[in-house]
Design a protein around this ligand. Structure first.
Ligand code: PEP
Ligand code: MG
Length: 309
């Protein structure tokens, strides 16, 4: 037992019976990487664009991306294109002020107003990918429709990048995951925003934490719908919201058929240990228990009772 516990402190994400669930990192830059990470499941590129009066040029971006990709060797990195909007305003985008920025021009929608920010970023990512060995995937934030996903995928491929995906953060995208997966190579679920938009509860409003809970049955059902759609066509469906770092939810997600979990480095050891202590069949049973629960608190309690910790 002790030997098993120690072995599970390092190495890849894997259930007790050897089913792989890669544990990837959410990073904002090269400083967030760890030695033993299996790869990066979410590279938030916002930091490059903040506190500036003009957009960073292709060359500057390419230098930053190249440094990060090179540090990964041959490992995978999922790059998210700029997720800005009136909630994270960037002066050079010239976006109008909005009464309701969370529901406004943010994420991929910024390309409606100014397409050059997206195309420059894709050019820089492609240049860095060509100069390094890393396996580079690119995805867009705040996708709502398959048409948006298709247009993004076309831009990614036009830049010479082979793998294009969409984040699932909007309930409409989760409900239509099967259609999204007809036009992109993978999806990654952002449970922070997906919970916010499903429950209509501002993610910054602590008073609504009970609603914002990713254990909410409606959120779990949407995640399951995505996993199911991915399984049907053999495409990756990952999770890169904070929920992926909750060891009990990680078991539920693995049981649903989610193919990778991306989280901050601090969350990896506990998730790795939880997976190592359960078989895939046990995870599937816990997923069924969670999906069957009448509310978030009951789901969490029943899965905690059913898991061996
Ligand atoms: C999310 O919404 O879950 C996500 C991963 O993106 P961010 O937290 O950067 O909005
Ligand atoms: Mg988000």
């Amino acid at each position: 037992k002790e030997k098993e516990r120690l072995a599970s402190l390092t190495g890849p994400g894997r259930t007790a019976d050897g089913h792989d669930v890669p544990l990837l990192l959410n990073v904002g830059g090269v400083g967030d990487l760890t030695e033993d990470a299996e790869g990066v499941g979410l590279f938030r590129t916002e930091f490059l664009f903040l506190d500036r009066t003009s957009a960073p040029g292709v060359d500057e971006q390419q230098r930053v991306y190249t440094e990060l990709f090179a540090a990964l060797g041959e490992r995978k990195i999922v790059v998210r294109t700029l997720d800005a909007g009136a909630d994270k305003p960037l002066p050079f985008l010239g976006l109008a002020e909005e009464d309701n920025p969370a529901l406004g021009v943010r994420g991929l929608r910024v390309a409606r107003v100014d397409r050059s920010v997206l195309t420059d970023q894709l050019t820089a990512i492609a240049g860095a990918a060509a100069a390094t060995e890393a396996e580079v995937w690119v995805m867009a934030p705040m996708v709502a429709t398959p048409a948006e996903a298709a247009e993004f995928a076309e831009a990614v491929r036009a830049a010479g990048l082979p793998v294009a995906g969409a984040m699932v953060e909007v309930p409409a995208a989760a409900m239509r995951a099967n259609r999204l997966l007809e036009v992109v190579d993978f999806v990654s679920i952002g449970t922070n925003d997906l919970s916010q938009y499903t429950m209509a509860a501002d993610r910054m409003n602590g008073d609504l934490a009970d609603l914002l809970d990713p254990w909410q049955p409606a959120v779990l059902e949407l995640v399951f719908n995505c996993a199911d759609a991915g399984r049907a066509v053999g495409k990756s469906v990952g999770i890169c919201g904070e929920a992926a770092g909750d060891p009990l939810l990680a078991l539920v997600f693995a049981g649903m058929g989610i193919t990778s979990l991306s989280m901050s480095a601090a969350s990896v050891p506990a998730v790795r240990a939880a997976l190592a202590a359960h078989t895939l069949a046990e995870c599937e049973r816990l997923a069924a228990v969670a999906l069957d629960a009448p509310d978030a608190a009951t789901a969490r309690q029943r899965v905690a009772d059913g898991a061996h910790t």
